[in-house]
Write a protein that binds this ligand. Sequence first.
Ligand SMILES: Cc1ncc(COP(=O)(O)O)c(C=O)c1O
Length: 370
Amino acid sequence: MRIDTFKIEEWMNQYCPSAVYDLTSTCIEPLSIRELMTLAGIQRPLEIFDTKLTYGDIHGSNRLKTAIKSLYTEQDLKNITVTHGAIGANQLVFESLLEKGDEVLSILPVYQQHYSIPKALGANVNVMFLREENKWQPNLKELENKLTYKTKIITLNNPNNPTGAVIPDETLERIAELASKHNIWILSDEVYRGLNLAGNPYSKSMADIYDKGISVGSMSKTYSLPGLRVGWICAREDLINEINKHREYNTISVSIIDDYYASIALENRAAIEKRNFQIMREGLKVLHDWLNGEVYVKAHLPQGGTTALLRYKKDVPSKTLCRKLQENTGVAILPGETLEMENTVRIGYCMNPQTLKFGLKEFSKFLRTF
Ligand SMILES: Cc1ncc(COP(=O)(O)O)c(C=O)c1O
């Protein structure tokens, strides 16, 4: 199977290891196991030392699936399968549903999996771009016009990486109605769910509001544990069974150690969420103040998630800008070209706030001389 290069991952692999100020991350400052245990109020996780390193429960332990279930209103354990991160979840959904010649409508900008995997599987990919002048919200008329009788999946990401936009619950419901009218699946990548900055931190989940809604979640972003490599898919039972058929070929199980720590984290998520919202709000303030004083950049402040998409006022391709920025200052940011969004750059704002502050200051100095 031929597949396009994953542009973001390729860029980050090349540039992040040598960055002094790495502003590319989409995670909220990751937790150590010790910090996780402290937040969970566990002195010594003794049982993990006596756990035999078997394959464990093949589709995820009941303990973990019960903790995942608590994030939803309409799901049961049979509606959940645990995957190797959200990246494994998205891959499994596409390979389980798509045949050559099917159509996918992908809402961009989005994580490249959402259009490159369907393309690699022989599907035709229609794209709909979110627009800045619409505050990065989807235009539902345009969305309906892009559907054809062959459209099998609409894929979206809410809250959105890279724009930081959050689709209101009513709009999610209207998208579900449109999909229902045309009998289309919705793959809703919800890895940043739980990170809305205003109102309820948790948007409605597509699996809860739509029979053909498939929700993908993960420990990596909202819960600051990307090193666990734990994600999941929530969907109706017949689809989960079909996905598990595919999953046997490439996953067997997620590590029993990862399953254990993910369970503890979700069972104590209130403490993690409290810590994370503090980091987010601090980062948001740094970003807000910086944007107010920076004439060469404009952006909508994120409404949720961990990233912002910045439009810069320099006549230079984004890859050149980012390469030169890093060579001159050690600051790493992500070129919009890797997201099919030229003349923009993406930054994360939820790392250590000092790193963010210094990095943005250096970016400003660079923009004045470049
Ligand atoms: C929208 C989106 N989906 C999926 C992933 C993959 O996440 P995970 O670490 O859970 O595999 C990412 C990672 O950046 C992402 O931004």
